[in-house]
Design a binder for this molecule. Structure first.
Ligand code: CA
Length: 189
């Protein structure tokens, strides 16, 4: 190769490598290690199942502009959830999230408080109460009652055999008061 062609070749190779690294970095930035989508509620309720009362709050939030607010009710469980696919290769999941409460007072049972929980399931069907694999009620990621400031809760779970889907839920049991949730994060390993 003469000098000019060699230079052109090096320049082309340089730009090619640059674009590859940019793509890799960009995908990494987009993924940010969170297997949940919209864990910070900055895209509203996108991807969250909200039928038990997900409200968006732009006053009380941990980061960004918005958090998830759940108003407890004395006569029913309230909450929101997101279901993620669990690949066969995944052995563990680390779930974390921030929670804040205002005057959450359980009615009846002490576990009727504000909580971040996990369910390991065979299918995507959240309504099916026979859909559990492993422990029916695994220990919660975190729970809070009365009035508490923003606090991070985190727990690592071993994924039970036969699990194809994992539900992350943000809940208030039968109670009075309000809870807020933000920056919910799940990492499959
Ligand atoms: Ca947020």
């Amino acid at each position: 190769m003469d000098k000019v062609r060699k230079n052109k070749f090096s320049t082309a190779a340089y730009y090619f490598l640059l674009s590859v690294s940019a793509t890799v970095l960009f995908s990494f930035a987009l993924y940010n290690g969170n297997d949940l989508t919209n864990g910070g509620f900055e895209n509203g309720d996108f991807r969250w199942n909200k039928w038990w009362g997900l409200e968006l709050d732009n006053v009380n939030k941990h980061t960004g502009e918005v958090s998830c607010k759940i108003q407890a009710k004395p006569d029913e469980w309230r909450g929101a959830s997101q279901v993620i696919e669990c690949p066969r290769s995944a052995k563990k999941i680390i779930v974390s999230g921030w929670m804040k409460t205002h005057e959450i007072f359980p009615i009846g049972k002490p576990w009727n408080n504000a909580r971040i929980g996990v369910r390991f399931m065979k299918t995507r069907d959240e309504e099916d109460m026979e859909n559990y694999v492993g422990k029916k009620y695994p220990p919660v990621v975190g729970e809070a009652h009365a009035t508490s400031g923003w606090k991070k809760y985190k727990r690592k779970y071993k994924i039970p055999k036969g699990c194809n889907f994992i539900e992350i839920n943000l809940m208030c049991g039968n109670a009075t008061g309000t809870a807020w949730f933000d920056d919910i994060h799940a990492e499959l390993k």
